[in-house]
Design a protein around this ligand. Structure first.
Ligand code: SAM
Length: 257
């Protein structure tokens, strides 16, 4: 099994989320091998853009930080597999993930993304910073999580996920009862799910969903948003939200024993 080669970019139709056949990669991606929980409904849209110099270098020089296979238990890929594992879903360009990994050498971090320039940039930044506690995976996080052992991730973080603003696209929002059932199965007892968004409608949507997820409890009390943690670095999309005059809402839910 191999992950789609990083040159095999696809574009995706927003309504059907089906890859366009004229630009499909020649090789299988993990998506072809394992059915995601919501087959046919993707939480992302692939965007293609050329790689800049550092991104190109990131892919060649630091490719060892990109996990290809086996994907099963992600902890085994670290020098210290016993350390708690944080998985970030949709890290974008990765600057905040790299900063978090740098600030917490006592933890292991895995970033999952489908956006190739972001993956390449994250590899470059992590590699040039000499990080040993961060690995990157290209692919749909839902597929990856489904292949992980239960109760093996200490924290899952989802920062500024695509808000899928139109009502007809709400089914593509990452936070849904079905997708959260998968997340909670993978969290350790006492582990947490941390989400942040600058989209007010999605913030309240998240609360509505998360309050109903069996086994999760809101760290700040039922229905409460979390104060913005000072250890969460500003992300690219958060900065964009600030410029547009948006608020920011954090939510932290703990997996019960
Ligand atoms: C709006 S961007 C936010 C990026 C970054 N977290 C930030 O705050 O700057 C959302 C990202 O999530 C990624 N994404 C969405 N669903 C995903 C999935 N199921 N697996 C992996 N990445 C996903 C998208 O490719 C996109 O880069």
């Amino acid at each position: 099994m191999s992950i789609v080669p990083l040159s095999g970019l696809t574009t995706t139709d927003a309504d059907t989320a089906q890859p366009m056949t004229d630009s499909q990669p020649a090789h299988l991606s993990v998506n072809d091998l394992t059915a995601p929980p919501h087959r046919g409904i993707l939480t992302y849209m692939r965007r293609s853009s050329p790689l800049n110099t550092s991104q190109t270098e990131g892919l060649s020089r630091f490719r060892h930080l990109l996990l290809e296979q086996p994907l099963a238990d992600l902890r085994q890929h670290f020098e210290h597999p016993e350390r708690p594992l944080t998985v970030e879903i949709g890290f974008g360009m990765g600057q905040s993930l790299v900063a978090m990994a740098q600030a917490a050498p006592e933890r292991n971090f895995i970033g999952v993304e489908v956006h190739i320039p972001g993956i390449a940039q994250c590899l470059y930044d992590a590699g040039t910073a000499g990080l040993t506690n961060l690995r990157v995976i290209e692919g749909d996080a839902l597929v990856l999580l489904a292949a992980m052992p239960d109760a093996s991730i200490d924290r899952v973080q989802l920062y500024f996920p695509d808000p899928w603003q139109k009502k007809k696209h709400h089914k593509r929002r990452f936070v849904s009862p079905e997708r959260m059932a998968l997340i909670t199965a993978k969290l350790t007892a006492g582990g947490w799910f941390h989400a942040a968004t600058d989209w007010e409608h999605y913030a309240h949507w998240m609360v509505d969903v998360l309050e109903q997820v069996p086994g999760l409890s809101n760290r700040y009390g039922p229905g409460q948003f979390a104060p913005r943690p000072e250890w969460r670095p500003l992300t690219k999309f958060e900065r964009r939200g600030h410029k547009a005059g948006h608020g920011v809402w954090d939510l932290i839910y703990i997996q019960q024993e």
